[in-house]
Design a protein around this ligand. Structure first.
Ligand code: 5AD
Ligand code: SF4
Length: 437
């Protein structure tokens, strides 16, 4: 054994899964996981740069490690992910935190093992940021940490260049894994007893783009056809590519959850255009109607941004109206964060932070009211919950229904990884409480 590892992850699901791959690499090297960073012989930070606060958070935590590193000279500190991949940021990081031993980007996860081995023999920092080579690497096996849920990458990178977004610059051009590899991974996971599979990509609907025999709807249907009881989800869908063919596949396959994450970002056509989203609010609402026509019970979640450059009160009201019209079951609401190198960062009419603050509060209150009213409708009903975890503070098990609604309940025996029927007795905002029946 090589000692203990600790990984700190920032950002999205994509990064959470990438950290599972980092864990796979570290355990191959003989390291064991520890929850406590003070006990770690190697501490890895998997960073995110999608918004400034994610960056600041990572900076704060890396800064705090200086004392520990001074006391534990042989500890290895490695920083990777989206932040370090940005132009010039690896050098900045090295200057600011000279005690960081390894700095790598999003395109060289496959070389992390070599960097660690090298660092064990050299004194100076090992820094390498590679450019996107357009390839898909299959050799890194993740060490999964989220049973009964499992994530599978289906695409990497993004070609959309929404004007606010840094992702296409740090994750490279969109490329798809081979459908045979994806289907095999899903089969293995089901055979191992995983009960929920989520397919991951920045824009899953553009999967393959002619590079594979299967389109996204065909891939989804092939995975839904695997024997055994499990749930199938996918994220994220770009509304411009969200097709009727896909909706039909969701509607006819009971394993595919009737809940779709469809980020709208704004309800204003002027802002959507400035964001380069390539749909109008009417296009979005048409897709929602089409979805509801095939699957009336389907719930929709979304991502929203307030304070995009040039956003007026009128634009913001259009967002509020769209949110109410669609009736999202929940939403992630963000204040626009200026990202260097993106088109929107060069726009002149940046919104006053005080105005953005006021708007985000109003938006969150609107979204929360929708979520709460939908949760209240659950009271008295019985829902099938996939038990995911045990909450030590509440002394209750917890899990979600197919629509992603969280429920807490008590159980005599450990039911993590099982589907249980729970009668809902009360609702509080986003979560429900009930009893197994
Ligand atoms: N500022 C605020 N939110 C952003 N997102 C992406 N880039 C930015 C940014 N610069 C949000 C979008 C996206 C989600 C993953 O993050 O809403 O859908
Ligand atoms: Fe960013 Fe747009 Fe790509 Fe999503 S689709 S990752 S928001 S550029």
């Amino acid at each position: 054994m090589n000692g203990y590892y600790h990984i700190t992850t920032y950002g999205c699901q994509m990064n959470v899964h990438e950290s599972e791959k980092i864990a796979g690499i570290l355990s191959d090297l003989g390291y064991k996981a520890t929850e406590k960073i003070e006990d770690a012989d190697i501490a890895v930070f998997n960073t995110c740069c999608i918004r400034e606060n994610a960056e600041n958070h990572a900076f704060g935590n890396i800064g705090m490690l200086k004392k520990l590193k001074t006391a534990k000279k042989n500890m290895i500190i490695a920083v990777g992910g989206c932040f370090t991949q940005q132009m010039g940021k690896a050098e900045n990081l090295h200057e600011k935190f000279p005690y960081v031993d390894i700095i790598f980007g999003t395109h060289n996860l496959g070389k992390l093992k070599d960097y660690i081995l090298k660092k064990q023999t050299v004194k100076k920092a090992v820094i390498e940021i590679l450019e996107d080579d357009g390839k898909v690497y299959e050799e890194i096996k993740p060490l999964r940490t989220s049973y009964p849920n499992a994530w599978i990458n289906i695409t990497y990178g993004c070609n959309n260049f929404c004007t606010y977004c840094i992702v296409p610059y740090v994750r490279g051009r969109e490329r798809s894994r081979r459908s045979a590899d994806i289907i095999n991974e899903a089969k293995e996971l089901v055979a191992l007893g995983y009960k929920e599979i989520t397919l991951l990509g920045q824009n899953v609907n553009s999967y393959s783009n002619g590079t594979d025999d299967l389109s996204f709807p065909q891939l989804l249907e092939a995975i839904a056809g695997i024997e055994g009881k499990f749930r199938l989800r996918f994220m994220t869908s770009h509304p411009k590519d969200f097709s009727e063919e896909l909706v039909k596949v969701i509607s006819r396959n009971p394993k595919i959850c009737k809940s779709v994450h469809l980020p709208v970002q704004s309800g204003s056509d002027v802002i959507l255009k400035a964001m380069n989203r390539r749909y109008s609010s009417a296009d979005y609402l048409n897709k929602v109607s089409m979805l509801k026509r095939y699957i009336p019970e389907c719930t929709i979640t979304t991502d929203l941004i307030v304070g995009f450059p040039g956003e007026t009160d009128e634009d913001f009201i259009a967002t509020l109206n769209l949110v109410k019209e669609v009736g999202f079951s929940s939403a992630f609401s963000f204040v626009y964060s200026k990202r260097d190198g993106t088109v929107a960062a060069r726009m002149e009419n940046q919104v006053d932070p005080e105005v953005s603050k006021r708007r985000i509060m109003e938006l969150i209150a609107t979204v929360n009211a929708l979520t709460r009213s939908q949760s209240e409708k659950y009271v008295g009903t019985t829902v099938e919950i996939l038990c995911e975890d045990y909450d030590n503070k509440k002394n209750m098990y917890l899990g979600r229904d197919e629509f992603g609604r969280m429920a807490y309940f008590r159980s005599e025996k450990d039911v993590i990884g099982e589907f249980v029927n729970v009668k809902i007795n009360s609702a509080s905002g986003i979560s429900l409480t009930g009893e197994i029946i």
